[in-house]
Design a protein around this ligand. Sequence first.
Ligand code: GUN
Length: 284
Amino acid sequence: MATIMDGKALAAEIDKTTTVRIQRLADQGIVPGLVVILVGDDPASKIYVRNKERRAKKMKINSIVRNLPDTISEADLIKIIQTYNENPTIHAILVQLPLPAHINEFNVTNAIAPEKDADGFHPTNIGKLVINHTEKTPIACTPQGIMSIFNAYHIDLDGKKAVVVGRSTIVGKPMAALLVNANATVTVAHSHTHNLSQLTREADILVVAVGIAKYIKEADVKSDAVVIDVGMDRDVNGKLVGDVDFAEVERKASYITPVPKGVGPMTITTLISQTVALAEWSSE
Ligand code: GUN
């Protein structure tokens, strides 16, 4: 049976360190400021934003949620972002994705000042990640949180075969870049990939971010693989499950993240820690 990697416990441990850093900033008269912009009322996005705000408040970060109507124009949204770019009490800006269809995601992420980019989605920051010039660079929170899990469980990535299933800008692509930077041999699979199961069965490290409940089965996984499940799906009974069939894959993997209490808590912990880092870097 696999070792279950406890993202919730690890997140709590990292939060303790972050709390010390927040106190250190408070001693200099600085309160990290995070603004989360939510356009429209997508139910999943509302839950994500509420969870982020709850954690930010608990950690004594100045967290502002801006709810904007889904009728807002791209130009008006960008104007609002620019006011936060210029506001010295705000250190981190996050625009929750996805955006309504009439708003271009690239134009919006590109409008966030790179030094206030809570998510690491600005093209400059993604470029720095790909180049592996990541000092004082914000990085996408979910993949970065997964790297913290690897680190905490002493998972050796060097020379390992890693397969990332999913090629999103939020998870798959930055995850692949981080794994390459850690000297893994990386394959990115997606909805057009032929013979997916054949690929995933070769993976020493398997990261799944496809958004389909229990998509990866025991037969898709190599014995003793390390399996990371980014999914937040609902099964037929409405229960929160991952992209990996946990009950099956747990029997075959060496390490596995559960859903819930796996990757999810690490994403928010990383966002908070990165917000604090942006505040620290701006005060240096
Ligand atoms: N939508 C789903 N995950 C994320 C995330 O990590 N950041 C943002 N901005 N939007 C998301």
